[in-house]
Design a protein around this ligand. Structure first.
Ligand SMILES: [Zn+2]
Length: 442
């Protein structure tokens, strides 16, 4: 691919993961985090030791480094939909996140183990993450919205499920029983089962199995759930250590604990202290958070966490949420929105999100975004994308996804440079003002 922008991150591809030696457990020192610069304080005082929680840094993993803050494209089924892993690398992605639940269902974790792990299986050879499967398992239960920042209007009961959805998952003290959406089979997920699956998938960064609640749940249920998630977290750490010792010759896999607690500051802090007390390599900021509290929630959790544990914000939904997350301590961010919306013609640009299927664009031979360095914008027109997506051609999905993923990868690259360059606040103000100037969503 041509026209590589100066902001694009050089990708460090590792064919032979660091810290993996025949006959030995994975070397934990192959995973670490270093901070390169902290964000200067602001008037509202969120942060620690005279700095905000936001920082730039480097996560070292057995399959290579991740310069943070970083965007983590979602490769649910060990591929990003409509794109080759090579295309993801070429647009500057540093790492990718796959879904343990979907890979457990198909092709099965044994296949990934046999292949030599996720990175090798999908010809990625860079850092990878897997989520624990908890989100998918439990979202089957309530059928709730797949975004972290939620609209809270009208949500109030532990039993509410989305209209027209059958409840497919049930939580008990030991784990979750659920019905497969693929074939209706009954399956069981627990801390130990999730760890077993994730070890076989072999990502560099895994998440502990947690109970995901929604903003629909009552305070009492949230309290019970935080305690249950803590007990599951303890079991995950124990099983992770056992598997690390038992599975010889594999690279070390880092385990992140997940902090729940919905919108409640006291619960979030309590949950963060519990997770901080366990021997995790990092933390996942998870669960339903009301959009206006996203920054605060990250800050409460970071207050309670050792600084040198990297922090992943799970399932971020929008450009302003990413800034709030970065400012308050998030290091990595995954989001399916750029790819999902691309397939429906929604295009992210510096001037907001708009739809390429608009009739007026049928005759527009300019690029999706003037000045964009992505493969799509440097080779194809709006009119062509309009045609391909109208005709439901797969190449339309590919080209739109390349642009949107590049938008988010570049956004996080630029945010990182603004932190190291000391101009984060100016960059944030300008970027948000421009993106939302026309009342854009996303
Ligand atoms: Zn582009």
């Amino acid at each position: 691919m041509t026209d590589v922008d100066a902001t694009q991150t050089p990708i460090d591809l590792v064919e032979h993961p660091r810290g993996a030696e025949p006959g030995k457990p994975g070397d934990r020192s192959a995973f670490s985090f270093e901070i390169t610069r902290r964000l200067e304080p602001t008037a509202d005082g969120l942060g620690r030791d005279g700095f905000r929680h936001g920082r730039s840094g480097v996560i070292h993993t057995p399959h290579g480094d991740i310069q943070t803050p970083a965007f983590v494209p979602v490769a649910t089924q060990a591929t990003m939909k409509a794109m080759l892993p090579e295309q993801l690398k070429e647009l500057g992605a540093q790492c990718t996140l796959a879904n343990a639940f979907h890979l457990f269902e198909r092709p099965g974790e044994d296949i990934l183990d046999e292949a030599g792990g996720l990175a090798k299986f999908m010809n990625w050879h860079g850092p990878t993450f897997t989520d624990s499967g908890g989100f998918q398992v439990l979202s089957l239960g309530a059928g709730f919205k797949k975004t972290l920042a939620m609209d809270v209007k009208g949500l109030k009961s532990d039993d509410v499920i989305a209209e027209g959805k059958e409840r497919l998952a049930f939580v008990d003290e030991d784990g979750v029983t659920f019905k497969s959406p693929l074939n209706g089979d009954l399956h069981r997920f627990s801390a130990e089962i999730s760890m077993g699956i994730q070890h076989k998938i072999g990502a560099d960064i895994m998440f502990a199995f947690d109970e995901l609640t929604t903003l629909m749940n009552t305070r009492r249920y949230q309290e019970e759930s935080v305690e249950r998630t803590y007990r599951w977290a303890q079991r995950c750490v124990a099983e992770h250590k056992r598997l690390t010792e038992a599975r010889l010759g594999k690279p070390y896999q880092a385990l992140f604990g997940v902090v729940q607690g919905a919108n409640y500051e006291d619960l979030r802090r309590h949950a963060a202290q519990q997770i901080a007390s366990l021997d995790f390599d990092g933390v996942g900021i998870g669960g339903a958070i009301e959009k206006r509290l996203l920054g605060n929630t990250c800050a409460w959790i970071c207050d309670e966490m050792p600084e040198l544990r990297p922090r992943h914000v799970l399932g971020i939904a929008a450009v302003d949420d990413i800034f709030a997350g970065v400012e308050n301590g998030g290091d990595t961010f995954d989001c399916v929105a750029p790819a999902r919306t691309a397939r429906n013609g929604a295009i992210y640009t510096r001037d907001g999100r708009w739809n390429v299927l608009r009739t007026a664009l049928k005759h527009d031979f300019g690029p999706l975004e003037e000045g964009c360095d992505c493969y799509t914008c440097t080779h194809y027109s709006r009119a062509y994308l309009h045609h391909l997506l109208k005709a439901r051609e797969m190449s339309g999905c590919t080209l739109a996804t390349i642009h949107n993923e590049r938008f988010f990868v570049r956004l996080l690259d630029e945010i990182r440079e603004s932190i190291t360059g000391g101009y984060f606040d100016e960059y944030k103000k300008e970027t948000l003002a421009r993106f939302y100037a026309n009342g854009s969503r996303g």
